[in-house]
Design a protein around this ligand. Sequence first.
Ligand SMILES: [Zn+2]
Length: 159
Amino acid sequence: MFCDEALDTVEAIAAGELMADGRVAAHLASCPNCAQALESARKLERSLRQRPVPNPPAQFTSRTLARVRRARWRSDQFLDVGFNVAIGLIVVSVMAGVWMLLHRTGIVSVSGDAVNVFGSGFVALARRVAPALPLYAGAAALLVSALALWWWAERDTAL
Ligand SMILES: [Zn+2]
């Protein structure tokens, strides 16, 4: 049995993690060097155990939970702002699209002299509107999906 082998175990023995078996115990009893090492390891262990453990500050739990709640609230606010910006962009693009469609198909000018339209008949208006119907349907679908998304989010935040 060499000293280095015994010295490798003195910390564990001092900490009580390891029982000195026959060979090690015999060496520790016969070798003053290793016996002293074990003794100093025990002293160190004792002083470590007596070291005061700092108490957590008062209201540690409630303060921590409050901070967690605040952080969660902030991220919720961030999501809320992002969602509202997205909805705003959708609404603006829908409105811009409708406005452009109205101008391109000339509905605006038609409605400008509505009397003339009703006078000359509905057929002319229908002829002008008909080619744009798929575009109107697309715009309406976009609007409906935006409103559905809005409804879904409002219902979610209400909970
Ligand atoms: Zn030794």
